[in-house]
Design a protein around this ligand. Structure first.
Ligand SMILES: Cc1cc2nc3c(=O)[nH]c(=O)nc-3n(C[C@H](O)[C@H](O)[C@H](O)COP(=O)(O)O)c2cc1C
Length: 343
């Protein structure tokens, strides 16, 4: 896949959301094929699932589960679709997606625009025969009168077509949603999810903007309610120094400027959990070095989205191969031996 250097100027000539739509339409035309071969040292088992590579596609790129098989073909070790809400919803008014090119970043305030869980369910049924890991990220409708009920609904409804489920309570673009990370609300939410009793592993995705003590509290609630992994992290509402004139757009910031925050949040969750619950590192990962740092800081898997906008989909395989080299260099036979090894 060395086409992207030629395609990127075309995509960047369009506004960000149109470019994304064109990319999804082009990917839908792509025939799926076996993924590129990767070294066996990258294979691991996390939360009871088998991953051929620890480099996954983060939620938000394929919100409606239109191209998960294509993304696996392009070399992602796993793909998370969504966020999907019970009912279709339009999201926030446009423009709502911005490329901060000088910062290698994106700001989005999409607000869970998606076609709803039933439409995605039908598509995912077509992939049911695949042994690869396609996870489903679920959220609450903006106008929902009972957000916890929306998560319960999502987990129950999507479980038959999901290898894992992610509870996303960390998007900054649905007013009040991140309040579900607060003590009482989180407890109530996780108890309700546990009550559903699905067999699939359930992951919880958290924000990087946390107060002291939050990681310990979240880890405890997650372990108590049998959450299988924590995804650290979503986009940030903070604004580290940025060069782009779009820096003050409202929404969640992702990409390079999120990197130090997301790495610190991961270290905080590792310190709080001592390895008791698997962690998935996300936020600003652009290179094999970044992925390696996350793994040594305690991530069993990593995910990315924004770097793919700038580098193209070949990034998944490049990072995976770079990770295999680093494993060899450090004398580890398997990726799982490197997890948390910086401590
Ligand atoms: C345009 C865009 C849309 C996103 N939508 C979602 C979403 O629907 N659900 C979710 O959990 N995360 C969503 N995210 C967050 C990403 O999954 C990821 O956590 C974050 O972007 C940090 O990773 P990155 O720096 O590699 O992009 C979105 C990110 C972007 C850039």
């Amino acid at each position: 896949m060395h086409l992207y250097p030629f395609l990127r100027p075309l995509a960047f000539a369009l506004d960000a959301e149109r470019a994304h739509g064109a990319t999804i339409r082009a990917l839908k035309l792509m025939p799926t094929h076996a993924p590129p071969p990767l070294p066996a040292s990258l294979r691991s088992r996390v939360a009871g699932l088998d991953f051929p590579s620890p480099v996954g596609l983060a939620a938000g790129f394929d919100k409606n589960a239109e191209v998960p098989e294509q993304m696996l073909s392009l070399g992602f070790g796993f793909v998370e679709v969504g966020t999907l809400t019970p009912r279709a919803q339009p999201g926030n008014p446009k423009p709502r997606l911005f490329r901060l090119v000088e910062d290698r970043a994106v700001i989005n305030r999409l607000g869970f625009n998606n076609e709803g869980q039933p439409a995605a369910f039908a598509r995912l049924q077509q992939c049911a025969h695949r042994h690869e890991v396609i996870g489903v990220n679920v959220g609450a409708n903006k106008d929902s009168g009972d957000r916890i009920a929306d998560y319960v609904h999502g987990v129950r409804a999507m479980a038959p077509v999901a290898r894992y489920l992610t509870i996303n309570i960390s998007s900054p673009n649905t007013p009040g949603l991140r309040g579900l990370q607060d003590e009482g609300a989180l407890e109530e939410l996780l108890a309700a999810i546990q009550e559903v009793g699905v067999r699939n592993p359930v992951f919880l995705k958290v924000a990087p903007d946390l107060n002291p003590g939050d990681p310990e509290r979240i880890v405890r609630a997650a372990i108590d309610h049998k959450i299988a992994a924590l995804i650290v992290s979503n986009t940030t509402v903070s604004r580290p120094p940025l060069k782009s004139r779009l820096a003050s757009e409202k929404g969640g910031l992702s990409g390079r400027p999120l990197k130090p925050l997301a790495l610190q949040a991961l270290r905080d969750f590792r310190a709080a959990s001592g390895g008791e619950i698997p962690l998935i590192g996300v936020g600003g990962i652009e290179t094999a070095e970044d992925a390696w740092d996350r793994i040594r800081a305690g991530a069993s898997l990593v995910q990315l989205y924004t770097a793919m906008v700038y580098e193209g989909p070949g990034i998944a395989t490049r990072i995976a191969r770079g990770l295999a080299e680093r494993l060899r260099g450090a004398g580890f036979a398997n990726i799982s031996e490197a997890v948390g090894s910086e401590a």
